[in-house]
Design a protein around this ligand. Structure first.
Ligand code: SAM
Length: 321
């Protein structure tokens, strides 16, 4: 038998937060639940100062060994960590909750674990439900030596593209004119600006994304290196000079904007194109690119999207032939 703190389900979140801060929880054993109460295994029972005014009682229970040891297996690719916020797309609720519990137990720095119930709307926003921890959605995320400030519920952001962003920024040469057509919080643009002196216009139609982009530009001391522009790329792009490089990271809709991007690209300019397709779809897209005078330099699988769909990256040179 082991000492557990029995608290009402309603108070559990606040109490867990305090107990985690004070490192009171025995992470070798699982937190247990019934419909009304949460039972928290304790390292020692002298916890009253951590609990405040919430009602509680100590009980003895049979411990259930923690799943902590299985976390790496359970968690492989099962969640994204954006700053101190973890987001999972696991559909089965029980599995999502056990992952959230295991994360909360093993990663005291994670403030909240959210379930991503799908990405919707023109701004590609996540429909998030809090599973464990604090409901706060604003965080700071570090990538390739940069720091980004963002609200995961108000802007689209995926840490899974970090390597891709590094890859693109390494390709850029000094003085290039670049258009980031669907810039979000400016992750591609900031990666490039940190690496190379270029003239970058970063467009997004979500005002929150542009606001966070501006904050991150300032945080990283890159003011003057990127021009953040709020608006629809389709309209803004007509007002800009031709580019040496265009980034199109709107994987469900990039194709709709392809003609416009090609028009805006210098001869010998480079296009970084992202789209979610199946194997037949990507072959057809590559064929179409060749027909449009785009010479494919690289095709890469960025990450899986579903059992049949993959997010592809095509890097193409505009030959104009
Ligand atoms: N490139 C970003 C990154 O690496 O974090 C993520 C881009 S996200 C997949 C697509 C972005 O395109 C969203 O922020 C959305 O608001 C923006 N968007 C969608 N339609 C747009 C349009 N017509 N013009 C400009 N931005 C658009």
């Amino acid at each position: 038998m082991k000492d557990y703190l029995k608290v009402s389900k309603l108070d559990a979140q606040a109490i867990l937060l305090q107990l985690r801060k004070g490192n009171w929880i025995d992470i070798e054993n699982q937190i247990q639940r019934d419909p009304h109460y949460v039972y928290i295994p304790l390292k020692n029972t002298n916890v009253s100062e951590a609990i405040g005014d919430h009602p509680w009682v100590l009980v003895s229970m049979d411990p259930i060994p923690s799943k902590v040891k299985h976390l790496p297996k359970l968690a492989g690719g099962a969640f994204d960590l954006i700053g101190d916020i973890a987001i999972t797309k696991i559909r089965e609720r029980d599995r999502a909750i056990s992952l959230a519990d295991a994360l909360a137990e093993t990663h005291p720095n994670i403030r909240g674990v959210f379930l991503d119930k799908g990405i919707t709307g023109p701004f590609r926003l996540r429909d998030l439900e809090l599973l464990r921890g604090e409901p706060a959605t604003i965080t700071q995320y570090r990538e390739n030596g940069l720091i980004f400030r963002l609200d995961v519920s108000k802007v689209y952001f995926s840490p899974r593209l970090a390597t891709e962003r590094m890859f693109v920024s390494r390709e850029v040469r000094e003085g290039e004119k670049i258009i980031d057509m669907f810039a979000g919080i400016g992750a591609f643009s900031l990666n490039i600006a940190k690496m190379q002196k270029a003239s970058i216009v970063a467009i997004d139609s979500n005002p929150d994304a542009v606001q966070y982009m501006k904050e991150s530009i300032a945080l990283n001391r890159l003011i003057g290196h990127i021009e953040p522009v709020y608006g629809d790329s389709l309209e803004i792009i007509d007002t800009l000079p031709d580019a040496d490089r265009i980034i199109m990271n709107l994987p469900h809709e990039s194709h709709r904007y392809l003609g416009k991007a090609i028009e805006k690209l210098h001869r010998n300019g480079i296009l970084h194109y992202y789209e979610i397709l199946d194997m037949k779809g990507i072959e057809e897209r590559m064929e179409e690119f060749r027909g449009l005078g785009l010479n494919i330099i690289k095709k890469r699988e960025v990450h899986g999207y579903s059992s049949s769909l993959t997010m592809y990256s095509l890097t193409a040179l505009k030959t104009g032939e």
